[in-house]
Design a protein around this ligand. Structure first.
Ligand SMILES: C[S@@+](CC[C@H](N)C(=O)[O-])C[C@H]1O[C@@H](n2cnc3c(N)ncnc32)[C@H](O)[C@@H]1O
Length: 318
């Protein structure tokens, strides 16, 4: 008895007695799941450090099933059309195309977001921005009790809408404006809002603050481009396939962060917060920029890997 069957029996014991899997489309045989995955790993291991996971995600995507379903049914025969589609995706992956571009989606916070080559692929470390924003905002219950309703938030450079949509989904009483200068990215963000029935986000095409409606915000959040223009990482891995305008920001990577820090005070309410994601080696520079601009309570927060990742400051002057 192999390990996957043991897992299946444990799963049955834990979950009761589930119905058998829905049959796959009938047709010519394309191979068993176990063999398809084993061959895929051989094909990908020279080009990907996550060959096994990549193969599982892509096959699950072709079958429109979960990865757990693959572990549960390793002996299942796959239809040849699906096997051919899987081979095509493996070819693309072996050329370096990101998994999120092949599946067209990426999980962020609690949301499954559409991703295209026009958008940055949301990163797990960006969830720290969402967590920090939620800590600074009144909880929905506090909002009720204190009568603090109608607070407003700005997400600068929204891409897929990841940050704005995550916060808006947790704080339906917040009014969120999400901007990007890329119309293509904004279209994806709007689709994501629609798909998740999130209605408290307004999307604006704007070069940073340039075209925003005149108002002040309780909180401004941004994951702007922050990579040095000549950083060799821009020519490696997934980032080769992402828009350069979403990634690079001048010789020291801080051009956009400098602009946002200098301009944000005109857009913040008294007591409002600015939250910025930045590179692991930019914490000292970003906190210095915030202090020099007159922000108070400046702090740099580490991500789960322990790297400096988010800096925050409060604007008290109003
Ligand atoms: C690092 S990506 C972040 C995307 C998204 N917020 C996320 O965290 O996944 C930076 C975003 O800023 C946008 N951007 C770059 N320059 C901009 C500008 N001058 N004005 C507005 N948005 C800009 C890019 O199009 C991109 O979507």
């Amino acid at each position: 008895m192999n390990i996957r069957r043991i897992s299946w029996q444990r799963w049955r014991m834990n979950r009761g007695n589930p119905s058998p899997p829905t049959p796959l489309p009938q047709g010519e045989r394309g191979g068993r799941i176990r063999e398809l995955l084993a061959n895929a790993v051989l094909k990908l291991q020279a080009s990907s450090e996550s060959a096994r996971a990549d193969a599982e995600i892509l096959l699950a995507h072709c079958l429109q099933k979960s990865r757990t379903w693959l572990f549960t049914w390793p002996e299942k025969e796959v239809d040849s059309t699906i096997a051919t589609a899987f081979m095509r995706l493996l070819d693309e992956r072996s050329k370096g195309v990101p998994i999120a571009h092949l599946t067209g989606q990426r999980e962020f916070w609690t949301l499954n977001l559409k991703v295209t080559p026009d958008t940055l692929i949301p990163r797990p470390e960006t969830e720290l921005l969402v967590e920090t924003a939620l800590l600074l905002l009144p909880s929905p219950l506090e909002g009720e009790g204190l009568g603090v309703r109608g607070y407003s938030l700005l997400d600068l450079g929204t891409g897929t809408g990841a940050i704005a949509l995550a916060i808006a989904s947790e704080r339906p009483d917040a009014h969120v404006i999400a901007c990007d200068f890329s119309p293509a990215a904004l279209a994806v963000a709007q689709e994501n809002a629609h798909a998740h029935h999130i209605r408290n986000v307004q999307f604006v095409q704007s070069d940073w603050f340039g075209a925003l409606p005149a108002q002040r915000f309780s909180l401004i959040v941004s994951n702007p481009p922050y990579i040095e223009t000549d950083d060799p990482h821009l020519r490696q891995g997934d980032v080769r396939f992402e828009p350069l305008s979403a990634l690079a920001s001048g010789m020291d990577g801080l051009d956009d962060i400098r602009h946002i820090i200098q301009t944000a005070p005109q857009w913040l309410e008294a007591g409002g917060w600015l939250l910025l994601e930045h590179g692991y080696n930019q914490g000292a520079s970003v906190t210095a920029l915030l202090r020099n601009a007159g922000f108070q309570k400046v702090r740099c927060l580490p991500d789960l890997a322990g790297n400096d990742r988010v800096s925050v400051g409060q604007w008290l002057q109003g």
